[in-house]
Design a binder for this molecule. Sequence first.
Ligand SMILES: C[S@@+](CC[C@H](N)C(=O)[O-])C[C@H]1O[C@@H](n2cnc3c(N)ncnc32)[C@H](O)[C@@H]1O
Length: 280
Amino acid sequence: MRLLADFIIILIRICDKMAGLLLRVQQLLTGILPALLPPHELTGMIRNHYDGSYKDVATRLPETWYKWTLESWEEDVLARYKMTSGTILVLGAGVGRESIALAQRGFAVVGLDINRESLCVASQQATAKGLKPRFAQADFLALPVGPAQVDYLFMSGIMYSSIPGRERRQAWLQNLRPCMNEQGLVVLNFLIARELGTNTQRLIHRLNRLLTMLPGANQSYQLGDTCSQNHFLHAFVDEQEIRSELHDTGAVVDHLSWQEGHAVLSWSRNDANPLNRPGA
Ligand SMILES: C[S@@+](CC[C@H](N)C(=O)[O-])C[C@H]1O[C@@H](n2cnc3c(N)ncnc32)[C@H](O)[C@@H]1O
């Protein structure tokens, strides 16, 4: 019996080693994908990812699985800017977490998401709670909102990081400006790079720099790009990277929390005083 137990212990150790090795191979493969695929295919991955994860969401998951509440950083932003009323456009609304919580606080909310099934859950929940946020299926990369008077735009769930390439993110941000009213605020949530110093990550970046020299490679690849969550995300390497990216769009970075990964932008420095905001 002792012999058998020893044999099993050795097998467990071998499995552990193989699992570690496979994890590193997986990291390597997901790490090089952003250098290979063009931006439109990287953004296509996110659509497929959410189509899969929201499949039959209304019937599959118990209602208690979701929380229709704000995250603490979102609460902080509301308090910091004394936001109490006005119109809010929520990009990537999902099952309505922040849209419903914001509607409960009295905001006029429009939630957009690319996934229809998630929006059905959001609408049902809102109706059950006697709220009237509006939800629409739309791609936030091709915002179907013309010149508008939105007071606040919320993009939570690190979705700012889902746009591949610094220039594309900047162009996207600049396109938001006509949707906003003069004192409007854009609230963005982004991913922070936490493990760029590892040997695997350094190897991936060196490989990717070589790969981007090949024809057809993704020329907008940057350090911090990854597909490790089943879809593209750009993890910002340091505060300076996100700060300069946002600043170079011409927007005013009213507030940036590197630790929590969010930023608040506006387009008019004279109106940066939180007391001048709608609802203040
Ligand atoms: C991480 S979830 C966040 C959900 C919700 N905002 C929250 O914070 O709980 C990201 C959401 O963005 C949506 N999404 C991803 N890409 C999108 C796009 N290009 N246009 C609109 N919605 C998108 C996904 O379908 C998903 O519901």
